[in-house]
Ligand binder design. Structure first.
Ligand SMILES: [Cu+2]
Length: 296
């Protein structure tokens, strides 16, 4: 098999591997090599850019190490190679400056476009405030479709994981489902809705990270950071605090339940302290819908 054929075969293998990982969806799999594509338009763009840049790096790596290997082998001393005596070559220097610049621009173009998109939190329908504490998360649904909801709660590591993690607990962590990745009260979010997150912390720096959403954002005391997501696949997405925040940093997971808008509204209404009244909303919608001209 020629080198070209082998490279092609390996290339096809790599592409197949990437495609297989893309098909896996949001749940990480044992021995998964690549990152997941996530469940938002932005996360899929991030995934695509990641693959593109990985591909470019692989090609550059093959070319550079290939040229080095070839030069070392073909021009070795035992073959009587004589070193050249020139020290500068303007044409070569211009080429090896311009080509990398063009490659960098080609990589920066899609990356910057997606970054701008990630920072545009305008026209959101739902605002969730996330506050990091040592060692739990607080969620407040500040408003949904222009209406404040009064819903807020603390989300902590679930009891089963917490019991198993204690020193000398005698509980096999493998027997606990979603060990260290489960909470007592997950954050419920609607699909097909632009959700704005405002993130802060009350003690030290934490970082809110759900890989399926395609971003992580620092939660810093005294600072409000923003991010957004529009989840288009219902499901359960898990994450963790991604900023070393003290002894229990590894024990403050994140669980997001993405459900339909109707289910989300039902959940919102059922929460303690909720001022969100789905019935009124539905009634309002009905009254606007039922403007039927009366006959007779
Ligand atoms: Cu933390």
């Amino acid at each position: 098999m020629t080198i070209a054929a082998r490279t092609l075969r390996n290339g096809i293998g790599l592409v197949a591997l990437l495609a297989a990982t893309a098909a896996l969806g949001a749940d990480p799999q044992p021995w998964q090599l690549n990152m997941g594509p996530g469940v938002t338009e932005v996360s899929r763009e991030v995934y695509w850019i990641h693959n593109l840049i990985l591909g470019i790096c692989v090609v550059i790596g093959l070319m550079v190490f290939g040229a080095m290997g070839y030069a070392m082998f073909a021009f070795r001393k035992s073959k009587g190679a004589v070193p050249a005596t020139f020290s500068h070559n303007t044409t070569a220097e211009i080429i090896w400056t311009v080509i990398p610049i063009l490659i960098l621009v080609a990589m920066a173009w899609p990356a910057t476009k997606t970054l701008f998109k990630m920072y545009d939190t305008s026209e959101s329908e739902l605002t969730v405030k996330v506050t990091g504490y040592q060692w739990m998360w607080k969620y407040e649904i500040l408003n949904y479709r222009g209406e404040s909801t009064g819903v807020g709660f603390i989300s902590r590591l679930d009891e089963a994981s917490n019991a198993a993690r204690q020193l000398g607990s005698g509980i096999d962590p493998k027997s606990v489902e979603n060990y260290l990745l489960n909470v007592d009260k997950p954050l419920v979010l609607p699909v097909d809705t632009k959700i704005r997150f405002v993130l802060t912390a009350d003690d030290v720096i934490h970082s809110w990270w759900v890989p399926a959403l395609g971003w992580k954002q620092d939660a810093i005391p005294g600072i409000v950071n923003e991010a957004w997501a529009n989840i288009d696949v219902p499901g359960t997405y898990r994450g963790q605090c991604a900023e070393l925040c003290g002894k229990d940093h590894g024990f403050m997971p994140i669980v997001v339940h993405a459900v339909s808008r109707a289910e989300f509204e039902g959940w919102l209404t059922s929460q303690p302290g909720s001022t969100f009244t789905r019935a009124e909303r539905t009634a309002q919608a009905d009254s606007t819908d039922s403007v039927v001209p009366t006959q007779g």
